[in-house]
Structure formats: C-alpha cells, structure tokens
Design a protein around this ligand. Structure first.
Ligand code: BGC
Length: 727
C-alpha cells in the first residue's frame, strides 16, 4: 500500500509534462491535497521549520525535496554553513553583484527592474536556490536607517511600480521571490523588539502599498515577516497583518517565512499567519545527540499542541498546503529553466542599471562630463574609490566574482589622463555588529591627499558611507547625519587646495553636506555592484548621459526629516515603543506640507543635456471611478546630447475633508530623446489611485471634486498644473 503511494507521488511530481498524464487533469490544489494525505503529522510539522540555516527538510521517503533559500536582494549570497553564520568556503559560489535596490529605484525604469529580476533569478536558479530572500520594500522613513540601501526609497508608488517586474523576472526562473520585511521595519536599532505604533491611514497609504503590489500584481510566492512588533504583536505572527490583510484581503496564497529569528511563540506562530520558521536562536547541532531544530517554536512544541488537541491539525495542513504550492512553483516544477550565472548579459544588466541609477545632483559650469581624451592630471581621492562595497552590510553581502572599483574603472577609461590616487581618510574593515577603527594615521592621509589635489587639474572625491557597522549596514543605524571618518574636514581642505572639484557620493542614504555650495559637481552613486567602476566611468566620461532621479529626499538637516522632527519617541523610540507621529507625511510629503526646502528633492536628477516639458493636458476634464486619467505632455531635448528624462505626475486634493499631502506621485515615465528631438509622453493614472484611506470607514475614500495634477521632472520642479474633477 505504502509503496503505491510512493509511486503515486513520484508520478505527481515528475509527470506534469505529458498532457495525457492523469495527474495533469487534476488541479494543483487536488494534487496538493493528495500529497498532504500521504504525510504523517511529524512530516508536516517538519516542513514548517528550518533544518539548517537556509533550508527546510523535504520528505525523503516520498521524494519531496528540501527547500533551499538564499539572500538577496542584490545577488545570490555565498554559501553559508549548515549550522552557523560562517561562510562554507565553497569555490563555485561567486556571482554577479547587481546594484543595490536604491540604485534600481533611482532608474525610475520598470523595464530595467524586470531585467534585473530575470538576471538575479537566473543566478539563483543556477545556484539551486528555490527562494531568493528579496526584494525589500520597507519605506525610507529616516536617513539613519542602516538598511535603506536595500530598499526602494520613500515613495509607495515608486516602490510599487518597481517591485512588481523584479518579482516577475525572478519567478520566471522557477525561483520564488520573498518580499521583505513585512512591515514597518524602518530602522535597525532595536529591530528585534521595538513596537511600532502608526495610524491605519499611514499604514495603508505609505507602508503597505509596495507589499500589496508585490502580492496582487507581482504574484509573489513568499513574504518575509519583519522582526519588529506592530500594535503589540510580532510581525512574523501578527493576526492583523498576516491573517487579515495579507491572506484574507489580498488573497495571498504563498508562504509566510519568518525573518531569521523572528518567531517568538508557538501558539501565535501557529495561529497568526506564519507558515515557516527560520533562524530561531539556536545554531543547530550541539554536542548532544539531539537536533536543536526540534526546539523551534514550529517544531516539537507545535507538534505537541496539535497532538494534545490545543491546535487543530487543519492549522498545519494549511501551512503545508502553502509550502507545497511554493514547491510546485519552484523545485517540484519539472519545467523550470536551468538558470545561468556570471555571463556577459548579467554584467551588462548590472552596468546598465548602475549607469541609469547614478544621479547627477549638481553640475556647476558643466564640471561633468570629463572628456576621457584630455591629457590632464586627475586626483582621485577617497577610500571609496578603491573599497569593495559588495562586502559587509549584513545579509545582503555578496561574494562577487569580480568588482571593478571606481579607480579601476577610471584608469581603464581615462587612458590619456594622469591619474593619481590618494586615500584621504580611512574607515577600518567591515565587521558585523562592531566598529573597528582604522589603524592608519588620519593626519598623514589627509595631508597626502591635499598635496595630490594641489597638483591636479581636476579633483574627484569618492566618499560617502560604506558597509561598516553604523554605516549602511544591517543590525545598527547610523549615529550621525554627517559624513563619517573626517570627510567633511578633508573636503574643506581639498577645496582650499583645488576648487575644481567634484564629489561622488557612494552611499544608500542621504548625508549632510556643509560643503555643497563649494563643490562644482556632485553625483549620488549608491552601491553599484560588480560593474561599479565601469558604470561610474561611463557617466563621468559622458559615454552615458545620467538619467537617475532621487528615490528619496535629501534634507538639509536631520531635523528637517519628519521622523526626526517629532523627537525621540518618533525615532528611535524608547526601546519598547515608537510612534510614527508624522503619519502619512513621509519624505517629500513632509517637505511640501511644511514648506521645508530639501537640499535635494525626491525625483531630482540632472542630465548633460537640457529638457523642456510643455503642453501638458489630460484626455478630459471630468472622470468617474473606474476610469483612467491620461496625462500627456511633450518632452523636448534642447541641449547637445542624447539623453533620457523622467516625466513625473503628482496629484493633490486641495479642499479635502482630511489633511492630505500637497501632492503625491501617481505616475511616471522615462523617455529617451535625441538631442534636438521631441517626444510625446502619455501617463495613465487610475482614478481609484486618488483615494485616501478613510479611518472613519476603514476603507478607501475617493472624494469627489477638484484635484490638481502636477507635471514635472522632480518633486520640486513642476512645470505645469492642471485641474480635473472627479464626479
Ligand atoms: C535579515 C533578512 C535576511 C535573513 C537571512 C536577517 O537578519 O533581516 O533580510 O534575509 O537574515 O540572512
């Protein structure tokens, strides 16, 4: 009897190819049910928790495979040991490092997001991963969050539009994306326990939309719960977030996975929406013969509660159904592609995303581009010109097969120039959870750099943050808004020595810039992955005309940011609770409503050419629910280089019954326009997208009346406003 079950299961798994095969006639759910009926209670419980750092057990006697996961989100992480966080030391796990997600967001280019997803998914597939732990779409609330570089910025619409193609691209490979960290994990400090209190309105309008888009439009197959608590319950087993919003309202049919160590209670984990527990406390096998994974909340304690009748067996059945569904989509799908990695195509995608994501913030006297054929002396200064940025930063750290540094990229492209390099400052090595200062002497580094600057025709300063603890790194937040490692002082002295100076900031966060008026050029260059140096040389030389736009605001001072305006209880909280007192006024929504000028606004980004936007109109004046508003305009390239511009459409409701942002991004389109050319652009906005979340009815409210549509190329550069009416 048992043997025939085994045969049946093998047919179920392997036989999905031939249309004539009997199992194919059944729906996926019927197949899943029939497998479920073969599993013992112990086997079902085992599927709900880890067997190693990054895998869950299969059911060997039935041929059901293990599930293997990997970080995420910028490339496939090196192999980790079975039972601890050490690297396994394999030699076949070096990969392509793609630019960090802040850079992808800065491209404002959903098509590139798709290519990114396909490529990283192919690498994950080749590495035999079933789940890729990414992308991350937590909203950029404060520039101090150590993990902002892994996310897609401050605007829910931008993050929603860009997360969907990433997920689709990954999942085309039969690899599940795992959108994370659901939700409100907007700081690293106290992330394991801090309880976030936020209004329903801010939750629905700001923090949930990108997750909702990931589920409803991206069809994501797994979701990772956040570490923190929301309204007194951990997000990895949170009744409202998981059972109600995710699984009921959004109809999510995939697997909820904990963040590593995010489960805290068996009953809550069982009943409040968690499906799979990973990373809980233990480091696996001890000196005893017992398996430490049996002590997970969803292991033996779970089994015991089911056996005693405290928890119904239907609870584990639902989890296993979801897990099997994920497996039919991934490792039990015999038709999934084979994947590939470290190929030219992936490097090209990495370089293109990097080139399109770099944001030109300032360009006085056309400092950039710097002609690559000029016989000049370029002083390249700063540790970030040579530092590997795929290393460090926590779980997103990568073992890149190759990483071209900015200095190497410039040396390859500027062969007629004399390039002199001076480090200028030093930060120390990346160590997770610990700051290790550099042993190098700061004064000598600084004076050598100033001397190099004085000898050069052009100075390029590569500074910013890095992947050390308390910089752009998981497990801690930044301690200051200013640049670290004495860079501000160094920059002052460099400018004194040679004011023909441009700054290339490598960071995933906004920083304070006391020197900004005195530098000629300024670029925001993110963490760019394997092709960092080549992509930077592309843009600096003018081979690529910059077209990136900021996915978050750069405030002048930290207090100009809404979360910080409200003081400690707002950020970072009192270590037990924190209150998002700014509500929906995050990022540019705050700058607009309080009329606080940002240093650089959301959506800002210059080009080597100039664009003129004109002739904006809507297809009609008055709309009803269910319709689309078609906004069109002309984009003329009035400069002397081909380039791309991002037309941004914002909407606002002046006389609303509730306080609303002046304007909110509702649509955008990136267009390539040849020099001297002109293109028409059309952007479609769903009328429903103009609704606000009305707490008095616990639902969306599309107010009637007049709305203003703003068309521009940055949130602080609107060239035309139009009125429309919703009836
Ligand atoms: C991070 C997750 C990551 C997981 C596994 C956690 O510490 O928060 O983003 O996927 O570790 O490495």
């Amino acid at each position: 009897m048992r043997r025939s079950f085994v045969v049946a299961i093998l047919i179920l798994i392997a036989g999905m190819k031939g249309a004539e095969a009997q199992p194919l006639q059944k729906s996926l759910d019927a197949k899943i049910d029939s497998i479920l009926s073969l599993l013992t209670l112990e086997e079902k419980v085992a599927m709900c928790h880890a067997q190693s750092k990054f895998s869950t057990p299969g059911v060997p006697r039935l041929g059901i495979p293990e599930i293997w996961m990997s970080d995420g989100p910028h490339g496939v992480r090196g192999e980790i040991n079975w039972d601890n966080w050490g690297y396994a030391g394999w030699t076949n796990d070096s990969i392509t490092a793609f630019p960090a997600l802040t850079c992808l967001a800065a491209t404002f280019n959903p098509e590139l997001s798709f290519q990114y997803g396909v490529s990283v998914g192919e690498e994950a597939r080749y590495r035999n991963k079933d789940v890729l732990l990414g992308p991350g779409v937590n909203i950029y609330r404060t520039p101090l969050n150590g993990r902002n570089f892994e996310y897609m910025g401050e605007d829910p619409h931008l993050a929603s539009v860009l997360v969907v193609p990433y997920i689709k691209g990954v999942q085309l490979n039969g690899v599940a994306a795992c959108v994370k960290h659901y939700v409100l994990n907007n700081q690293e400090l106290w992330r394991d326990h801090i309880n976030v209190e936020v209004s329903d309105r801010a939750l629905y309008e700001i923090y949930l939309p990108a997750f909702k888009a990931a589920v409803e439009e991206g069809g994501v197959w797994s979701v990772m719960g956040a570490y923190n608590q929301f309204r007194g319950q951990h997000c990895c087993h949170n009744e409202l977030l998981l059972n109600k919003i995710l699984k009921t309202d959004w109809d999510f049919d995939g697997v909820v996975i904990t963040d590593w160590g995010g489960a805290h209670d068996t009953r809550e984990a069982a009943l409040y929406g968690l499906d799979m527990e990973m990373g809980t406390g233990t480091d696996g096998l001890t000196t005893s013969t017992e398996n430490a994974y049996d002590y997970y909340y969803l292991a033996r304690p779970f089994l015991k509660m089911i056996k005693s009748g405290e928890i119904e067996e239907a609870v584990v059945d639902d989890k296993v159904r979801r897990i099997l569904r994920l497996m039919f989509r991934t490792n039990m799908n015999p038709n999934r592609p084979m994947g590939r990695m470290n190929n030219k195509e992936h490097l090209k995608v990495a370089r293109t995303v990097a080139g399109e994501g770099i944001v030109l913030l300032k360009n006085e006297g056309r400092f950039f581009p710097i002609g690559p054929n000029r016989e000049i002396t370029i002083a390249v200064i700063g540790e970030n010109a040579t530092r590997a940025m795929t290393v460090g930063g926590g779980s997103s750290e990568l073992k890149a097969r190759n990483e071209i540094s900015p200095l190497e990229g410039l040396q390859a492209r500027f062969q007629h120039a004399r390039i002199i390099y001076s480090m200028g400052y030093a930060s120390g090595p990346p160590q997770y959870g610990r700051v290790v200062p550099s042993a190098l002497d700061a004064d000598s580094l600084r004076s050598a750099a100033v001397a190099a600057a004085a000898r050069a025709d052009v100075v390029l300063f590569f500074g910013g943050l890095n992947k050390n603890h308390h910089q752009d790194c998981e497990g801690g937040d930044r301690q200051d808004f200013g640049l670290p490692f004495g860079q501000d002082e160094l920059l002052e002295q460099l400018i004194q020595a040679n004011d023909n100076l441009g700054v290339i900031l490598i960071s995933g966060n906004a920083v304070e810039m006391p020197w900004v008026d005195r530098v000629k050029g300024l670029m925001q260059a993110w963490y760019l992955g394997s092709e960092a140096g080549n992509a930077l040389a592309d843009v600096i030389s003018g081979d690529v005309n910059p077209s990136g736009k900021l996915p978050f605001s750069f405030p002048v001072r930290l207090e100009d940011n809404a979360a910080h305006h409200y003081g400690k209880l707002s950020y970072p909280g009192d270590s037990v609770n924190q209150y998002y007192q700014e509500g929906i006024f995050v990022g540019y929504r705050w700058h607009d409503i309080r009329e606080i000028r940002p240093l650089f606004a959301f959506g800002h980004g210059l080009s080597y050419t100039t664009f003129e936007l004109s002739g904006a109109k809507t297809n009609k004046q008055s709309y009803t629910a269910g319709e689309a508003i078609l906004v069109s305009c002309q984009v003329a390239n009035t400069g002397d280089a081909d380039g791309a511009e991002v037309v941004q459409v914002y909407a606002g409701k002046p006389d609303s019954k509730v306080e609303r942002p002046v304007k909110e991004l509702k649509g955008f389109r990136k267009v390539q326009v040849e020099k001297g050319g002109r293109r028409s652009v059309e952007i479609s906005i769903d009328v429903e997208g103009l609704a606000f979340y009305d707490e008095s009815i616990a639902g969306w409210n599309l107010e009637k009346g007049t709305y203003i549509i703003y068309i521009g190329n940055a949130s602080d550069n609107i060239f035309q406003q139009l009125e429309i009416v919703i009836q």
